[in-house]
Design a protein around this ligand. Sequence first.
Ligand code: F0G
Length: 446
Amino acid sequence: MADAAYQKCINPACGSEFDCGQAMFKCPACGELLDVCYNWDSMNVPGKLSEFAKRWGTRDNKLDFSGVWRFRELLSFCKDRHKVSIGEGQTILQQNDAVAEYVDMGSGRLYLQYEGLNPSGSFKDNGMTAAFSHARMVGATSSACASTGNTSASVALYAHSCGVKCTVFIGSGRIAFGKLSQAMDYGAQTIQILGDFDDCMRQVQDVCTKLGLYLLNSLNPFRLEGQKTIMYRIIEGLGWEVPDWIVVPGGNLGNSSAFGKAFGELKQLGLIDRIPRMAIINATGAETLTDLVNNKKLCWNDGKVDQSIIDDYYADLTARNFSPHTCASAIEISRPVNLKKCLRAIDICDGVVRAVPDEEIVDAKAIIGKYGLGCEPASAATIAGLKRLRAEGLIASDERVACVLTGHLLKDPDVTVNYHKDKQGRFSNPPIEAPNNLDEILKLIE
Ligand code: F0G
């Protein structure tokens, strides 16, 4: 394929290639996932990652201001005139010793990457800026997504900003109110399906195929290109050094897939000298990946993934009428669409997978809230998972770890308020009831 960027089926037995002018979410030849690939020689990639830092000086240029597009040579699939940006990716990497102490890491070793600081309050904006740029490139006018909440919020925001219509599918009763309020306020057509996220995901694919809508879930390979930049910013936050571990929550497995691809490419380009290990953390009520990898020994196997293991597992879920349940509603997913790409990322990053129960997630969330910038439950799974991996001794206390905090605290106020007000959690901080009387109030102040 002569173009600088092209799409390619991830199944090595197929390997079909397509130009980027087509919007597809599965390989038309074999039905597998697609990657965006590059002929790097024609891409003008800087010789050193640190050269990207020069763009801090030219931030009046909209693309240099974007925390995604200032790395544009590493995701160069469309012309500048198609690029959509609303200032995404202005996120920070914060070293946090108090949270480090909670997970038994040494001081100076734990970093939190706050993706909740994005315009719609989650990491999704990194992906949507890229996906909507591609949507404009192919002339899409209507779009759709299934969502546990954050994707719908981000889609609604970007769709509105670039004049594309959007319909979002959510599972009835499965979405945190912060996120639902965003989708409605930003003007998305919101369809609430009597089912869970996996049901929505199935429906939206059929709807997009039948009506020719542009799909914005992480099946969309262009979206994942944007999400690679979260890793570039972590490396940037570490003075262009690579951490020892990346810890990320696992839901539909788009992030973990994108991160593995990012590190594979940086290594191939000689821009990093080693690849960090990756820990992907499920919630125990939605632990398909953990089960498949740790118990059923499913692996990438050079692209020859044993499909029968996946088919048997899903058949069993169907037979049991299984629907996932966790307070971390963002990752309440039992049929992750990026499973195979994630297996590849585990292979690239020598990854591990763990599942953590809701009680550990909400405790970790309270600690991040108390000592950090706060986050939603799914994001806190990273800290709960890291605590376990430290207890197992798999991660050493002096290794340098970066946890991706994927969504803002205010996304899910219900989980937070319930944790604190019922004094049920280890770190609950309930409000104290006081009479409307100054003397009595003064007695209560510590
Ligand atoms: N954290 C948050 C806050 C999320 O919203 C999601 C996914 C994840 C983690 C999981 O990321 O899918 O890349 O493994 N939310 C999707 C949504 C599914 O619809 O908003 P993943």
